[in-house]
Design a binder for this molecule. Structure first.
Ligand SMILES: [Zn+2]
Length: 324
């Protein structure tokens, strides 16, 4: 690991005909300790995580830090500069479906490979930080952990990280990762390598949401405290809730989405949440809530392609008494 201090570096990623960099801030404390890897900008139009990561890196003081923090500010610089949602303008791939990557693949696959081969092996914990994408309204903000993937120890430590981050809502992912082929996400790829990991989701709709940035920077510092990397202590979060049984409605055809509800609203089974029109404005699909619950995610912009998610409705329950 680098010597004590703050280092701003650029890790090159090259494919046969493209190249990019990973802008990384490495802050190494005076005392050795855990290594925390924070990844922002896997989706280039998710701005709150990117801004929060930059502010966190600028504010971190190596003299009061134990261990090392590595912050990847923009894992997907081509998508950031190209202002694309979901995918890279360079190869059309969704970086968060390309883990653990491929050293001989396209640029997105090589970005994933660089992360899992150069940075993951150094890390004791990985935070993969997202928001709603540029066209997605997301509420509430949450952290998620793999509740069924990895060893019991990794699950326990991931769960602790998810709650310690301090968001009011936590999602236990129920997916199992029996095969390495399932570790296609940045977070699950970490778990598959035996590294505790959480996903963080705050912000969205292509704006820098000030409240999301604040919650994220606070969550990063809470994580440092939880891992014993700073002396500051935070009161335990109270009233945290579990999100479960998330159900989505996908568009059966390409068209224009008209949204009737905002994320964070309570909805009822069968309630009309929005509709899709054809190119001339004629309604061709009604999106109705699959259940009573909380509208957690909705498209906030009109374009939709066949098979894409329009809305996600989830349920919540109290986490009281089950604190890790
Ligand atoms: Zn994302």
């Amino acid at each position: 690991m680098a010597e004590s201090g703050k280092h701003h570096i650029a890790i090159p990623v090259e494919s046969t005909d493209q190249h990019t960099i990973l802008p990384v801030t490495v802050v190494t404390g005076l005392q050795p300790g855990p290594v925390l890897l924070v990844i922002a900008g896997i989706h280039g139009s998710e701005y709150a995580p990117i801004v929060a990561g930059q502010r966190f890196g600028m504010a971190l003081d190596f003299r009061t830090l134990t261990g090392t923090v590595m912050i990847v500010h923009m894992a997907n610089l081509p998508a950031y500069l190209g202002r694309t949602v979901y995918t890279s303008p360079v190869d059309g791939l969704n970086l968060n479906r390309e883990f653990p990557g491929n050293a001989q693949g396209s640029l997105s696959q090589r970005i994933a490979y660089t992360l899992t081969n150069k940075l993951y092996p150094l890390a004791d914990a990985v935070l993969d930080v997202h928001s709603g994408d540029g066209n997605e309204d997301l509420r509430p903000y949450w952290t998620g952990y793999y509740a069924r993937a990895g060893s019991a120890d990794v699950i326990k430590r991931s769960k602790s990280l998810a709650f310690a981050f301090g968001m009011q809502h936590v999602v236990p992912f129920e997916w199992e990762l029996g095969k390495s082929a399932n570790a296609i996400w940045a977070g699950s790829a970490a778990v598959a390598m035996g590294i505790p990991s959480i996903d963080v989701e705050a912000g969205g709709s292509g704006v820098v949401d000030a409240q999301a940035v604040k919650l994220l920077t606070e969550g990063f510092n809470r994580t440092l405290s939880h891992l014993g990397m700073i002396r500051q202590r935070y009161p335990s979060p109270t009233g945290q809730r579990i999100i479960f049984d998330r159900q989505s409605v996908k568009s059966p055809l390409s068209g224009s989405w008209v949204s009737l509800k905002a994320a964070g609203e309570t909805v009822m089974a069968g309630e009309l949440l929005g509709y899709v029109t054809d190119w001339h404005g004629r309604t061709v699909f009604e999106a109705r809530s699959p259940k009573d619950g909380l509208l957690m995610l909705r498209l906030s912009a009109p374009p939709v392609s066949q098979g894409e998610t329009l809305v996600v409705v989830g349920s919540t329950k109290s986490h009281a008494g089950d604190a890790p």
